[in-house]
Design a protein around this ligand. Structure first.
Ligand SMILES: [Fe+2]
Ligand SMILES: [Fe+2]
Length: 329
């Protein structure tokens, strides 16, 4: 029990700085972009010109691209899962409206715009079977996720530090492909969303850095534990209509690897960046167990690299109901 109390004390200490974190890493509602800033304006006389342009540009994008964009959008649309999971963390009091619950609400408010933007884009593009996509979203929210953090804030902040950077990388890459194929509107959407993800990453990374100052050994053990479990993607349970839970995830992930949108090498790169930023190699005064955890974390990138080089990604795209005109594969 003593350990839990220390975690709560640390959470309460860090919480005192929440307002400054919100100022530093989030953007006030009245100033931040909204989805419609990036989409055709339907109140304009010539709204149809923009829609036609969007649809014309979308014709150049390939099968894997749509799988990845749908998967990314659905991942963003499952936001209710992530908010309810974070609200349940130790140290968060949503009824007492403490600082941590405020952070989560404000973070959710920003995140909510991502799925909204991509959903509208996909709908207007005319390239995907929207009903099939919507079924997937509803399934994913129903299926929820289990990422191995429990209610522990230390493990949760490792997860979010990692995951926000992973989404930054993938949205950025999708944007680059879109730009290369002449999709200006989509490229801009992806870049701007990626920018939000980066700010969120910097915030969660800072929370962990601060916790390292107060409770280094426990933070180190939490980091090791999450990396041993592997950082599971939030869309791990992805499925299509009629499919079993999680049955679509591997095909989605393979499409992302083939396109180079998010690969095992990115995973390793993120781990190296976190090790470097938290100065894992320099943290001292650890317990014996945490010392071992630190050695594990420092060696992990090169160990993973040897494995990653041997992994073969299937060359052919699996058919997806999302992308087929009648939703039939
Ligand atoms: Fe997001
Ligand atoms: Fe995010």
């Amino acid at each position: 029990m003593a350990l839990k109390n220390i975690r709560l004390e640390v959470m309460q200490t860090v919480e005192k700085k929440i307002d400054s974190y919100i100022d530093q890493y989030l953007i006030p509602v009245e100033e931040i972009w909204q989805p419609t800033d990036l989409l055709p304006d339907f109140q304009k006389e010539n709204y149809m010109d923009e829609v036609i342009q969007l649809r014309e540009e979308a014709k150049e994008l390939g099968y894997d691209f749509w799988i990845v964009l749908v998967g990314d959008m659905v991942t963003e649309e499952a936001l209710p899962t992530y908010e309810s999971w974070l609200m349940d963390m130790e140290g968060v009091d949503q009824h007492g409206r403490n600082g941590w619950s405020k952070w989560i609400r404000h973070w959710t408010g920003e995140e909510n715009r991502h799925g909204d933007t991509l959903n509208k884009y996909l709908y207007l593009s005319g390239r995907v079977n929207m009903r099939e996509v919507e079924i997937t979203t509803q399934h994913l929210i129903n299926d929820g996720f289990e990422v191995g953090t429990g209610r522990d804030p230390y493990r949760n902040f490792i997860y979010t530090s990692f995951q926000e950077l992973a989404t930054n990388v993938s949205h950025n890459r999708v944007g680059k492909i879109a730009k290369k194929k002449g999709n200006k509107m989509l490229a801009k959407m992806c870049n701007i969303i990626a920018g939000d993800e980066m700010r969120h990453h910097l915030a969660y990374r800072e929370f962990v850095k601060t916790i390292f100052e107060y409770d280094a050994s426990e933070m180190m053990l939490a980091f090791q534990d999450m990396m041993q479990k592997k950082i599971i993607m939030p869309a791990q349970n992805l499925r299509q209509s009629g499919g079993k839970m999680a049955s679509a995830f591997d095909d989605f992930s393979n499409a992302a690897q083939r396109l180079g949108v998010y690969t095992t090498f990115d995973y390793i790169d993120i781990l190296e960046k976190l090790n470097a930023h938290w100065e894992i190699s320099k943290i001292s005064g650890l317990t014996d167990e945490a010392e071992k955890a630190r050695d594990y974390l420092l060696k992990l990138p090169s160990r993973m690299m040897r494995i990653a080089e041997r992994i073969k990604i299937p060359e052919d795209a699996n058919r997806f109901k999302w992308v087929e005109p009648n939703g039939v594969v």
